[in-house]
Write a protein that binds this ligand. Structure first.
Ligand SMILES: C[S@@+](CC[C@H](N)C(=O)[O-])C[C@H]1O[C@@H](n2cnc3c(N)ncnc32)[C@H](O)[C@@H]1O
Length: 243
């Protein structure tokens, strides 16, 4: 069974009515629940079988099916990329490893293992100085798509978590507005209740269409959802030279 090896030594695993249960031994209740959820999650199992680095890969697959985001040859910036599931999907779909294919620039504060067709930058998206190296990695070309699956560790305090996610979303939009080509698209993780009024107004000014979407693989008990903005109005100017 997928995952059995990880559990070895941490508590026994039992199957009851098709579902995997982790027996009480050394694990705390919350880590047993997390482990059971992982072991019983079809997306976790599918990700393992299909070689994706995260179950999150399916969220991008589903968003792409609905909004047609990832075209062959597209230049993509993936913010909050670790461990790399979204970058894998993006690199496959824009054909980043093929001649004439697209480009994927992935950014995270944490490192990732190298991925074919992906340029990785270990950097903080909240820092505006991160824009210049992304631009350089894009070869000074504009991006067709800026993705942000960035998330800060949950504090359990809803208002604090909301503020943190909004700050990450705003930083992603700063990067999007600096780098997107006219007609480009922007996707960012937000929390239920959607984007804050000011951010939503900013998105509506900058893009022709703004929608919220919760992909089926996003856990129902998770407050996350995504804002998808299409048709960047942009300036049409060449990006500024990195400072
Ligand atoms: C949910 S994970 C992303 C999963 C990824 N989309 C995948 O498919 O594998 C969220 C990521 O956001 C990153 N992150 C959080 N704050 C960040 C920041 N300020 N700059 C860059 N990355 C950040 C975290 O390090 C974490 O790896």
């Amino acid at each position: 069974m997928v995952g059995d090896r990880r559990v070895a030594g941490a508590g026994a695993v039992k199957r009851r009515r098709g579902a995997v249960r982790v027996e009480k031994k050394t694990k705390s209740l919350s880590s047993r629940r997390w482990l059971e959820r992982q072991l019983n999650d079809p997306y976790v199992q599918a990700a393992r079988e299909e070689g994706y680095r995260s179950r999150a890969a399916y969220k991008l697959i589903e968003l792409d099916a609905r909004f047609g985001l990832l075209r062959r040859g597209a230049k993509v910036v993936d913010l909050g990329a670790a461990p790399g599931g979204w970058s894998q999907i993006a690199a496959q779909r824009v054909k980043a490893s093929r001649p004439g294919g697209g480009k994927v620039v992935a950014v995270d504060v944490n490192p990732i293992d190298a991925l074919e067709g992906v340029t990785f930058l270990q950097a903080d998206a909240l820092d505006l100085a991160t824009i210049a190296p992304i631009q350089a990695a894009l070869g000074q070309a504009r991006a067709d798509l800026v993705l942000s699956d960035m998330a800060a560790p949950a504090t359990g305090h809803a208002a604090t978590d909301h503020l943190r996610v909004m700050a990450l979303c705003e930083a992603a939009l700063d990067i999007g507005e600096a780098l997107l080509t006219p007609g480009g698209a922007f996707v960012a993780k937000v929390l239920k209740g959607g984007t804050e009024r000011l951010l939503l107004e900013r998105l509506k000014r900058a893009f022709r269409t703004v929608k919220h979407a919760k992909p089926p693989s996003s856990r129902v008990d998770s407050a996350e959802t995504y804002v998808v903005a299409l048709g960047y109005r942009g300036t049409g100017e060449a990006p500024d030279a990195p400072g």
